[in-house]
Design a protein around this ligand. Structure first.
Ligand code: GTB
Length: 215
Protein backbone atom coordinates (compact mmCIF):
# COMPACT_ATOMS: atom_id res chain seq x y z
CA UNK A 1 0.00 0.00 0.00
CA UNK A 2 1.36 3.42 -0.94
CA UNK A 3 1.59 5.67 2.12
CA UNK A 4 0.51 9.31 2.01
CA UNK A 5 2.42 11.97 3.89
CA UNK A 6 1.57 15.62 4.43
CA UNK A 7 3.83 18.58 3.73
CA UNK A 8 3.57 22.38 3.58
CA UNK A 9 1.70 23.65 0.53
CA UNK A 10 4.10 26.60 0.63
CA UNK A 11 7.16 26.03 2.79
CA UNK A 12 8.35 29.07 4.75
CA UNK A 13 11.95 27.88 4.26
CA UNK A 14 11.72 28.69 0.52
CA UNK A 15 12.74 25.22 -0.65
CA UNK A 16 15.67 24.62 1.74
CA UNK A 17 14.09 21.35 2.83
CA UNK A 18 14.03 22.17 6.54
CA UNK A 19 10.44 21.02 7.20
CA UNK A 20 10.10 17.70 9.01
CA UNK A 21 8.49 16.10 5.98
CA UNK A 22 12.07 15.99 4.67
CA UNK A 23 13.07 13.35 7.29
CA UNK A 24 10.11 11.22 6.21
CA UNK A 25 10.67 11.69 2.47
CA UNK A 26 14.36 10.80 2.92
CA UNK A 27 13.55 7.64 4.90
CA UNK A 28 11.03 6.52 2.27
CA UNK A 29 13.58 7.16 -0.49
CA UNK A 30 16.29 5.23 1.39
CA UNK A 31 14.10 2.12 1.60
CA UNK A 32 12.69 2.50 -1.92
CA UNK A 33 9.07 2.93 -0.84
CA UNK A 34 7.03 5.14 -3.22
CA UNK A 35 4.72 7.62 -1.49
CA UNK A 36 2.05 10.20 -2.16
CA UNK A 37 2.10 13.70 -0.72
CA UNK A 38 -0.93 15.72 0.32
CA UNK A 39 -0.05 19.40 0.53
CA UNK A 40 -1.74 21.41 3.27
CA UNK A 41 -1.98 25.13 3.91
CA UNK A 42 -1.40 26.63 7.36
CA UNK A 43 -5.18 27.11 7.69
CA UNK A 44 -5.95 23.50 6.70
CA UNK A 45 -3.44 22.21 9.27
CA UNK A 46 -5.56 23.71 12.04
CA UNK A 47 -8.87 22.32 10.78
CA UNK A 48 -10.54 19.29 12.41
CA UNK A 49 -9.87 16.96 9.46
CA UNK A 50 -6.11 17.47 9.79
CA UNK A 51 -6.17 17.58 13.59
CA UNK A 52 -7.76 14.13 13.53
CA UNK A 53 -4.42 12.98 12.06
CA UNK A 54 -2.19 15.38 13.98
CA UNK A 55 -3.38 16.59 17.39
CA UNK A 56 -1.08 19.63 17.25
CA UNK A 57 -2.14 20.72 13.77
CA UNK A 58 1.28 20.27 12.16
CA UNK A 59 3.05 18.43 9.35
CA UNK A 60 4.20 15.78 8.68
CA UNK A 61 1.63 13.03 9.04
CA UNK A 62 1.75 9.53 7.59
CA UNK A 63 -1.20 7.42 6.50
CA UNK A 64 -0.95 3.82 5.38
CA UNK A 65 -4.23 1.91 5.19
CA UNK A 66 -5.89 2.34 8.56
CA UNK A 67 -2.68 3.44 10.26
CA UNK A 68 -2.22 7.18 10.85
CA UNK A 69 0.94 8.53 12.49
CA UNK A 70 2.37 11.93 13.41
CA UNK A 71 5.83 12.98 14.75
CA UNK A 72 8.59 12.67 12.19
CA UNK A 73 10.78 10.58 14.52
CA UNK A 74 8.03 8.01 15.07
CA UNK A 75 7.28 7.93 11.35
CA UNK A 76 10.95 7.37 10.42
CA UNK A 77 11.14 4.64 13.10
CA UNK A 78 8.03 2.98 11.66
CA UNK A 79 9.47 3.05 8.14
CA UNK A 80 12.81 1.72 9.39
CA UNK A 81 11.11 -1.15 11.20
CA UNK A 82 8.94 -2.15 8.26
CA UNK A 83 11.63 -2.02 5.57
CA UNK A 84 15.20 -3.20 5.28
CA UNK A 85 17.98 -0.64 4.98
CA UNK A 86 17.71 1.80 7.87
CA UNK A 87 18.29 -0.40 10.93
CA UNK A 88 20.90 -3.13 11.38
CA UNK A 89 19.76 -6.75 11.75
CA UNK A 90 21.93 -7.35 14.82
CA UNK A 91 19.74 -6.65 17.87
CA UNK A 92 22.34 -4.66 19.80
CA UNK A 93 23.40 -2.58 16.80
CA UNK A 94 19.71 -1.95 16.08
CA UNK A 95 19.14 -0.73 19.65
CA UNK A 96 22.13 1.61 19.33
CA UNK A 97 20.86 3.04 16.03
CA UNK A 98 17.49 3.70 17.69
CA UNK A 99 19.32 5.36 20.57
CA UNK A 100 20.90 7.80 18.09
CA UNK A 101 17.44 8.68 16.74
CA UNK A 102 16.38 9.60 20.27
CA UNK A 103 19.66 11.42 20.91
CA UNK A 104 19.14 13.53 17.79
CA UNK A 105 15.61 14.54 18.76
CA UNK A 106 15.83 14.83 22.52
CA UNK A 107 19.45 15.83 23.22
CA UNK A 108 20.88 17.53 20.13
CA UNK A 109 17.83 19.27 18.68
CA UNK A 110 16.43 21.14 21.74
CA UNK A 111 19.19 23.80 21.93
CA UNK A 112 18.99 24.21 18.13
CA UNK A 113 15.26 24.90 18.41
CA UNK A 114 16.01 27.39 21.21
CA UNK A 115 18.17 29.26 18.74
CA UNK A 116 15.29 29.35 16.24
CA UNK A 117 13.09 30.80 19.00
CA UNK A 118 15.78 33.30 19.99
CA UNK A 119 16.17 34.47 16.38
CA UNK A 120 12.61 34.57 15.14
CA UNK A 121 10.37 35.03 18.20
CA UNK A 122 12.60 36.98 20.60
CA UNK A 123 14.71 38.99 18.16
CA UNK A 124 12.98 42.26 19.14
CA UNK A 125 13.65 41.91 22.89
CA UNK A 126 16.35 44.04 24.56
CA UNK A 127 18.02 40.90 25.97
CA UNK A 128 17.85 38.84 22.78
CA UNK A 129 21.52 39.39 21.79
CA UNK A 130 22.78 38.05 25.13
CA UNK A 131 20.37 35.14 25.11
CA UNK A 132 21.46 34.21 21.60
CA UNK A 133 25.10 34.05 22.69
CA UNK A 134 24.17 31.75 25.59
CA UNK A 135 22.14 29.47 23.34
CA UNK A 136 24.93 29.35 20.76
CA UNK A 137 27.39 28.32 23.51
CA UNK A 138 25.02 25.56 24.58
CA UNK A 139 24.82 24.32 20.98
CA UNK A 140 28.62 24.40 20.58
CA UNK A 141 29.06 22.35 23.76
CA UNK A 142 26.59 19.72 22.68
CA UNK A 143 27.96 19.56 19.14
CA UNK A 144 31.51 19.33 20.49
CA UNK A 145 30.53 16.14 22.33
CA UNK A 146 28.81 14.79 19.23
CA UNK A 147 31.77 15.60 16.99
CA UNK A 148 34.21 13.89 19.39
CA UNK A 149 32.03 10.77 19.46
CA UNK A 150 31.78 10.71 15.66
CA UNK A 151 35.56 11.11 15.43
CA UNK A 152 36.80 10.20 11.98
CA UNK A 153 34.01 7.71 11.29
CA UNK A 154 31.61 8.27 8.42
CA UNK A 155 28.51 7.48 10.50
CA UNK A 156 27.62 7.36 14.18
CA UNK A 157 27.69 3.59 14.68
CA UNK A 158 28.93 1.52 11.76
CA UNK A 159 26.80 1.67 8.62
CA UNK A 160 24.44 4.56 7.82
CA UNK A 161 21.22 4.12 9.80
CA UNK A 162 17.99 5.85 10.76
CA UNK A 163 20.04 7.37 13.61
CA UNK A 164 22.24 9.18 11.09
CA UNK A 165 19.24 10.15 8.97
CA UNK A 166 17.55 11.90 11.89
CA UNK A 167 20.82 13.38 13.22
CA UNK A 168 21.78 14.82 9.82
CA UNK A 169 18.20 16.09 9.43
CA UNK A 170 18.49 17.92 12.76
CA UNK A 171 21.98 19.34 12.06
CA UNK A 172 21.00 20.61 8.60
CA UNK A 173 19.15 23.42 10.31
CA UNK A 174 22.61 24.81 11.25
CA UNK A 175 23.99 24.84 7.70
CA UNK A 176 25.48 28.26 7.09
CA UNK A 177 25.32 29.24 10.79
CA UNK A 178 29.01 28.70 11.51
CA UNK A 179 28.05 26.43 14.43
CA UNK A 180 28.95 23.14 12.73
CA UNK A 181 32.62 22.32 13.11
CA UNK A 182 34.38 20.96 9.98
CA UNK A 183 33.92 17.35 11.17
CA UNK A 184 30.14 17.73 11.60
CA UNK A 185 29.84 19.84 8.44
CA UNK A 186 31.46 16.95 6.55
CA UNK A 187 29.09 14.48 8.26
CA UNK A 188 26.07 16.54 7.15
CA UNK A 189 27.52 16.82 3.64
CA UNK A 190 27.91 13.01 3.49
CA UNK A 191 24.24 12.63 4.39
CA UNK A 192 23.18 15.22 1.84
CA UNK A 193 25.28 13.47 -0.84
CA UNK A 194 23.25 10.26 -0.56
CA UNK A 195 21.11 9.67 -3.67
CA UNK A 196 18.02 9.09 -1.51
CA UNK A 197 18.52 12.46 0.19
CA UNK A 198 18.86 14.17 -3.17
CA UNK A 199 15.63 12.61 -4.46
CA UNK A 200 13.79 13.69 -1.31
CA UNK A 201 15.24 17.19 -1.48
CA UNK A 202 14.35 17.60 -5.15
CA UNK A 203 10.78 16.43 -4.50
CA UNK A 204 10.19 19.04 -1.78
CA UNK A 205 11.93 21.71 -3.87
CA UNK A 206 9.60 20.94 -6.79
CA UNK A 207 6.64 21.71 -4.49
CA UNK A 208 8.12 25.07 -3.54
CA UNK A 209 9.00 25.93 -7.14
CA UNK A 210 5.52 25.02 -8.39
CA UNK A 211 3.91 27.13 -5.65
CA UNK A 212 6.17 30.09 -6.44
CA UNK A 213 5.75 30.01 -10.20
CA UNK A 214 2.08 28.97 -10.20
CA UNK A 215 2.96 25.83 -12.23
N1 GTB B 1 8.01 17.20 16.65
C1 GTB B 1 7.27 17.34 15.42
C2 GTB B 1 7.84 16.38 14.35
O1 GTB B 1 9.03 16.08 14.42
O2 GTB B 1 7.09 15.92 13.48
C3 GTB B 1 7.38 18.79 14.97
C4 GTB B 1 6.53 19.05 13.75
C5 GTB B 1 6.68 20.50 13.31
O3 GTB B 1 7.37 21.31 13.97
N2 GTB B 1 6.04 20.81 12.19
C6 GTB B 1 6.11 22.14 11.67
C7 GTB B 1 4.69 22.68 11.48
O4 GTB B 1 3.82 21.99 11.07
C8 GTB B 1 6.77 22.11 10.29
S1 GTB B 1 8.39 21.45 10.35
N3 GTB B 1 4.53 23.97 11.80
C9 GTB B 1 3.28 24.63 11.61
C10 GTB B 1 2.60 24.92 12.90
O5 GTB B 1 3.06 24.47 13.97
O6 GTB B 1 1.58 25.63 12.83
C11 GTB B 1 9.26 22.70 11.35
C12 GTB B 1 9.78 23.81 10.47
C13 GTB B 1 9.00 24.88 10.15
C14 GTB B 1 9.52 25.92 9.39
C15 GTB B 1 10.82 25.86 8.97
N4 GTB B 1 11.38 26.92 8.20
O7 GTB B 1 10.70 27.81 7.74
O8 GTB B 1 12.61 26.94 8.00
C16 GTB B 1 11.60 24.75 9.28
C17 GTB B 1 11.07 23.73 10.04
Amino acid sequence: MTPTITAFERSPDRGRGLGRDMHVRWALEEVGQPYDVRLVSFAEMKEPAHRALHPFGQIPTYEEGDLALFESGAIVFHIAQRHAGLLPDDANARARAITWMFAALSTVEPPILELVTAKFLEGDKSWSGQRRLLVEDRIRNRLGDLSRRLGDADWLDGAFSAGDLVMVGVLRRLNGSGLLDPNLAAYVARGEARPAFKRAFDAQLAVFTAASTGR
